[in-house]
Design a protein around this ligand. Structure first.
Ligand SMILES: CCCCCCCCCCCCC/C=C/[C@@H](O)[C@H](CO)NC(=O)CCCCCCCCCCCCCCC
Ligand SMILES: Nc1ncnc2c1ncn2[C@@H]1O[C@H](COP(=O)(O)OP(=O)(O)OP(=O)(O)O)[C@@H](O)[C@H]1O
Ligand SMILES: [Ca+2]
Length: 559
């Protein structure tokens, strides 16, 4: 980052100099510029820096020298970044060119960090004494960049013109496409014409996607979900994996997914980059960042329903979504209106929640430790599914032993049942639904909100918007889990299963049926929201598939 201190002296000593020259920065400032495999640095020859007024070629201890990591260079080109070094075409108004560029200038475009995890692209221009030196510099930087093999060269881009505030096309054309072009990335762009256009295209073309290094969606969580479904389903089909089988081990997708945020919540983008800024996302894509992510597969009995990466919510969030759908035309505001309405209804839902807890070695939710870039918890990988056990203190909880893992069940009335596979941070809730959830640890956080007063629930919701602990309520419990099942009250198990996963092994011996007798009131049922889409079933089974996909992101960096 320009202007940032060094502190990598030893590493730098081993990082051999590729090229160094005395150049002009801009038009006037004389600088000694040095390129190594890892960094581009320069220092003003006339200024005494912290590292002393060292002679040319001596950059040791460049504490105060501006430096750019090579891996954070977007592009290098001739000219001053705004003026191509070509003669104006015949008839072109020379007046348009307010200043003639230096004939032997070259410009390095690089990433600069700004507040709140935003990234900007910035230019620095150097002027050389003659053309061959200019060529030498451009070639040297380009050769360095060519060594970065994780960078995408070719992308498939889907734009949803109707998501969020309906600005997706404008955002892509104005903010993203120019950066991709500058970085030499070619993009095949499809503006979607209907819902599920992107998903269907990816499924149909699944044998034909090798020419791309990644798929980018410009839209919200719904668009991301389309790309996720298209790629995951296509990958399973390519490998002969039957995604209808709840116990199937899914094959990870090879193509990375980029998200240019242009939706209403943009939770996946926000949780993986720390912001919902299109330029930041474009830069993460250009640098070729890679963030693995857990994906939940959701089934109803033996039928596949959907995949989820953010929130599976029954009760409050399910109802917010259902209440918001008819007001889609309102854009992001629809959620606030539906939220107030749902809050006032204060509806409970009865049922049984079954889950397989994550091993004790994986940190418990509620510990205020965030999943960060290069997170050591996620790097440990999804551990084996052999579970360690811990009894719950609540009398209502039963401890169930089964042959396919250790299941627990919690029964009762719930205001909300939320399963967050990652933090679900978004602009409405910067810490998220489950602030310490991890992006790629192979677990999800199950948050159960039981009966409480409206005031209590209001306080719980309010804590999603500040730094207070939303789990610190007697009516909220949270478990870190690998698997999960839900049965609403009116569909209780007729035969209590020895192992609720039996159904997932094709050895189903139990059935679900209404337990209400004639004349008895049928308990209220909610619907599930699955990453913002409604599910048609209330009784579901969920399994976390660790690190199934990768995004062009790197998680939240320390600031
Ligand atoms: C007192 C203020 C309370 C504010 C509480 C804010 C909690 C926000 C938690 C957001 C969690 C988002 C999880 C991400 C889900 C995405 O997969 C999905 C698809 O984009 N988005 C939504 O379902 C969209 C979900 C949007 C949920 C909005 C809920 C708004 C609740 C408002 C309650 C107001 C009570 C006022 C009483 C007078
Ligand atoms: N051309 C289209 N016409 C109508 N619907 C579309 C089109 N393209 C995509 N969709 C659908 O629009 C839905 C919403 O899109 P998107 O996720 O981009 O915005 P959003 O719902 O406002 O944002 P968020 O999901 O972040 O709340 C998606 O479920 C997607 O399937
Ligand atoms: Ca996770």
């Amino acid at each position: 980052m320009e202007g940032e201190g060094g502190g990598e002296g030893e590493e730098e000593a081993e990082d051999a100099v590729v090229l160094s020259s005395r150049l002009l920065r801009g038009r006037r400032q004389q600088v000694d510029v040095r390129l190594t495999r890892r960094v581009l640095t320069w220092k003003d020859v006339n200024k005494t820096t912290k590292c002393g007024n060292v002679g040319f070629g001596h950059f040791s201890g460049t504490a105060a020298c501006p430096r750019i990591q090579v891996c954070e260079i977007v592009a290098v080109q001739d000219g001053d970044g705004t003026h191509p070094i070509t003669e104006p075409a015949e008839g072109e108004a020379v007046a348009k060119q307010h200043k003639k560029p230096h004939p032997h200038a070259f410009t390095v475009c690089y990433v600069r960090r700004s507040a709140q995890h935003r990234w900007l692209s910035r230019d620095v221009t150097f002027c050389c004494g003659h053309q061959s030196l200019q060529r030498q510099w451009i070639t040297a930087v380009q050769q360095n960049l060519a060594l970065l093999s994780n960078r995408p060269r070719s992308l498939l881009v889907f734009i949803n013109p109707h998501g969020g505030r309906q600005l997706a096309v404008w955002i892509y054309d104005r903010k993203v496409a120019p950066l991709f072009a500058r970085a030499g990335i070619s993009a095949d762009v499809i503006i979607t014409e209907r819902a599920n256009h992107a998903r269907d295209h990816l499924r149909e073309q699944r044998g034909n996607l090798d020419k791309y290094d990644g798929v980018v969606c410009v839209g919200g969580d719904g668009m991301f979900s389309e790309v996720l479904h298209g790629l995951v389903s296509g990958t399973q089909a390519n490998h002969g994996v039957d995604q209808d089988r709840p116990d199937a081990r899914l094959v990870p997708c090879s193509l990375r997914i980029g998200i240019i945020p242009a939706g209403s919540t943009d939770c996946v983008c926000y949780s993986t980059t720390g912001t919902n800024d299109p330029v930041t996302s474009a830069l993460h894509i250009i640098l070729g960042d890679s963030q693995p992510m857990d994906v939940c597969s959701v089934h109803s009995d033996a039928a596949f329903l959907r995949y989820s990466v953010s929130l599976l919510g029954y009760g409050f969030y399910g109802d917010v979504l259902a209440n918001s759908e008819r007001n889609r035309w309102m854009g992001p505001l629809r959620y606030d209106l539906a939220g107030v309405r749902t809050f006032l209804s204060h509806q409970y839902y009865e049922g049984s929640v079954w889950f397989v807890p994550a091993p004790e070695t994986q940190r418990l939710p509620g510990v205020r430790e965030q999943c960060v870039a290069r997170c050591h918890v996620c790097q440990q990988g999804s551990c084996s599914e052999k579970m360690e056990l811990k009894h719950l203190s609540d009398d209502e909880d039963k401890f169930i032993k089964g042959s396919g893992g250790e299941w627990r069940v919690v029964q009762g009335k719930f205001l909300a049942i939320n399963m967050a596979t990652m933090s679900c941070a978004c602009p409405r809730s910067p810490q998220g639904l489950s602030p310490s959830a991890h992006l790629a640890d192979g677990t999800a956080d199950l948050i159960l909100v039981r009966g409480c007063s409206r005031f209590g629930f209001f306080r719980h919701l309010l804590r999603h918007t500040n730094a207070d602990d939303q789990f610190d309520h007697s009516f909220v419990e949270v478990h870190r889990v690998r698997r999960f099942r839900f049965q609403p009250k009116n569909q209780q198990l007729c035969v209590a299963p020895e192992d609720p996963s039996g159904a997932e092994k094709g050895t189903k011996t139990h059935t679900f049926s209404p337990i209400c007798r004639a004349g008895e009131e049928v308990p209220a049922q909610s619907t599930w929201t699955c990453d913002g889409e409604m599910l048609p079933h209330a009784a579901i089974q969920v399994r976390v598939q660790g690190k199934l996909i990768r995004l062009f992101a790197r998680g939240i960096e320390h600031q």
